[in-house]
Ligand binder design. Structure first.
Ligand SMILES: NC(=O)c1ccc[n+]([C@@H]2O[C@H](COP(=O)([O-])OP(=O)(O)OC[C@H]3O[C@@H](n4cnc5c(N)ncnc54)[C@H](OP(=O)(O)O)[C@@H]3O)[C@@H](O)[C@H]2O)c1
Length: 254
């Protein structure tokens, strides 16, 4: 068995939140590994730029404008991939994040709801709808992007921690349910990664230094450093791996 076990030749992938950050890096890497890639997010112009890069690698690309906070939009997204590619083999549920922090006592229920809808409910809808499409073609790989905040509690991000921890256990549960069907489900839990999500931190030297102190490697990660884990979980390199979480965090949670 050689390096070809990492090949995604002939696979049909869908990456949500592909317009920037971690999702963009994963989508490009999948195309480089041989997959046709559907890229989904709200910002179509960024997706179109990415689609051109995917096509320049000789792969098919589909741009899907979507808002994953809406189940019907998720259904339409998956339907579009199946209509365009003829099936779905790999689904990366990456879109998510939190654009505010709040201590428990000050948190408004609307804030909790907002983070839950984006980071938790959407993963349920996407996994249910995506798994149905995968079952129709005999199997596939679901990759949910959790976080180190879903492994240990993140103060002032309690709702985000709860959602990401929930995604991890949800993934473990559905991995067991689906194991015999040929559909695998796994998580990646990134630590601090230098994406637009963290501009608030990287744009301030002192805040960045404080974050780096929490990381044994002494630096935050780059989006490309999540790609290896995604390629492993998407490809035949991981055919006996389901229900696991790959932590990519510079040693933060070790
Ligand atoms: N960066 C980190 O340090 C870090 C650490 C742990 C986990 N994570 C997780 O990794 C994932 C990617 O994060 P990132 O750092 O790459 O974030 P990012 O740079 O902010 O990118 C987020 C992506 O999600 C899309 N998105 C956001 N809301 C959406 C919605 N309602 N519907 C559809 N797409 C939506 C965005 O595109 P549009 O705005 O165009 O829709 C964008 O493509 C997230 O789940 C995040 O929680 C990140």
């Amino acid at each position: 068995m050689g390096i070809e076990i990492f090949s995604l030749e002939g696979r049909r992938a869908l990456v949500t939140g592909a317009s920037r950050g971690i999702g963009r890096s994963i989508a490009l890497a999948f195309a480089e590994a041989g997959a046709d890639v559907a890229v989904a997010a709200r910002t179509v112009s960024d997706l179109e730029t990415l689609a051109k890069e995917i096509e320049s690698l000789g792969r098919r690309a589909v741009v899907i404008e979507t808002d994953i906070r809406n189940r019907d939009a998720i259904q339409s997204m998956v339907d579009a991939v199946v209509a365009e590619f003829g099936g779905l083999d790999i689904m990366v549920n990456n879109a998510g994040g939190s654009n505010f922090m709040s201590p428990l006592i000050a948190m408004r229920p609307e804030g909790w709801e907002k983070i839950r809808t984006l980071n938790y409910d959407a993963v349920f809808h996407a996994c249910q709808i995506g798994a149905q499409a995968m079952l129709a073609s005999g199997g596939g790989s679901i990759i949910n992007i959790s976080s180190v905040a879903g492994i240990s509690g993140a103060p002032t991000l309690s709702m985000y921690s709860a959602a990401k921890g929930g995604v991890r256990l949800f993934t473990q549960a559905i991995a067991k349910e689906l194991a015999a069907s040929g559909v695998r489900a796994n998580c990646i839990s990134p630590g601090w990664i230098d994406t637009p999500l963290n501009d608030w931190m990287t744009s301030d030297e002192n805040t960045l230094r404080e974050a780096e102190k929490m990381i044994p490697m002494g630096r935050i990660g780059r989006p490309e450093e999540i790609v290896g884990a995604a390629l492993y979980l998407a490809s035949d390199a991981s055919t006996f791996t389901t229900g696991t979480t790959l932590v990519v965090d510079g040693g933060q949670t070790a």
